[in-house]
Design a protein around this ligand. Structure first.
Ligand SMILES: N[C@@H](CCC[C@H](N)C(=O)O)C(=O)O
Length: 283
């Protein structure tokens, strides 16, 4: 028999998530439950599920489940949604809160308005150019502005924001749907990858993201950070400045320090609804 469970739906610029608060039991969901919750016809519908679990290192631990049932190390828009959930259900208005993620404990600064938390500014931690989930995991060399094997004329930059990204500067944004699925599974990325198609504008970036485990999304926080890092490394945009990154769902602001030690992400967040669902039992 299915078990009833309270769920909360949030989005950050149209990148939408089901939030499940599992702090009492500490039990995460499985891949089948994640696929069902994200299914837009047979379930609730979302790009991902955020399981909120107990943590000894922060207010909570966030586990990100993609729509295909895989688990992601980190999610920038998801973390803003998790922070709004945590703050709006705490009865307090903290200036800062720490959340444990697969990319470490990240400090988040909620911005308050009439609807409780309306935006969140996150210290995303370092952008890494050498990491096990990037091509550099085997070569030891950063993959920056490098030819993408098997794709003639395509240059990419691989960035780890906890999760893996392949950033393609100066690519037609319409190419995302055609090239995204193949590049997501490029053999140089051992755990698959998110893929960013980026137009560099005079005052910022316009980006479409093919996300690992869910396809085209309205916005991707880690993808916006990785794109800004690639543009700064290519000296196309300045470091240490708040950069505009426009995604199909709206604008994020990203700040990249020279040493890539702590990328900052700022953006809005919204509550959609809450309800009770008959969640299929874990297998
Ligand atoms: N939309 C997210 C990223 C979610 C995880 C991603 N699909 C992955 O598998 O790495 C964001 O806002 O960062």
């Amino acid at each position: 028999m299915d078990a009833s469970e309270r769920i909360f739906k949030y989005h950050g610029l149209g990148n939408d998530f089901v939030v499940l608060d599992r702090r009492r039991t500490g039990v995460d969901i499985d891949a089948e439950q994640s696929r069902w919750l994200c299914d837009r016809r047979r379930g609730i519908g979302a790009d991902g599920v955020l399981a909120i679990l107990p943590s000894s290192r922060g207010l909570a631990r966030m586990v990100v489940h993609n729509a295909d049932g895989s688990i992601a190390e980190m999610c920038g828009n998801g973390l803003r949604c998790a922070v709004k959930y945590l703050v709006d259900h705490s009865g307090q208005h903290p200036a800062l809160i720490d959340v444990e993620t697969g990319a470490g404990v990240l400090t988040c600064e909620p911005g308050y308005g009439d609807g409780g938390v309306v935006g969140v500014d996150i210290s995303m931690g370092p952008a890494r150019l050498v990491a096990a989930n990037l091509p550099s995991g085997t070569t030891g060399q950063p993959f920056v502005g490098a030819p993408v094997p098997g794709h003639e004329g395509l240059l990419g930059t691989a960035v780890n924001m906890g999760n893996p990204h392949l950033v393609l500067l100066d690519q037609p944004l319409e190419a995302a749907e055609r090239l995204g699925p193949g590049l997501e599974r490029h053999p140089a990325f051992p755990d698959r990858t998110n893929v960013e198609f980026v137009r560099v504008d005079e005052d910022g970036l316009t980006v479409v993201v093919w996300e690992r485990g869910c396809g085209l999304t309205q916005a991707c926080g880690t993808g916006a950070c990785a794109s800004a890092v690639a543009a700064v490394l290519a000296k196309r945009l300045p470091s240490n400045a708040w950069l505009r990154v426009t995604l199909p769902g709206g604008d994020l602001r990203i700040r990249v320090p020279d040493d890539l030690s702590d990328i900052r992400l700022r953006g809005p967040v919204a509550f959609v609804f809450e309800g009770v669902v008959a969640l299929p039992r874990a297998r």
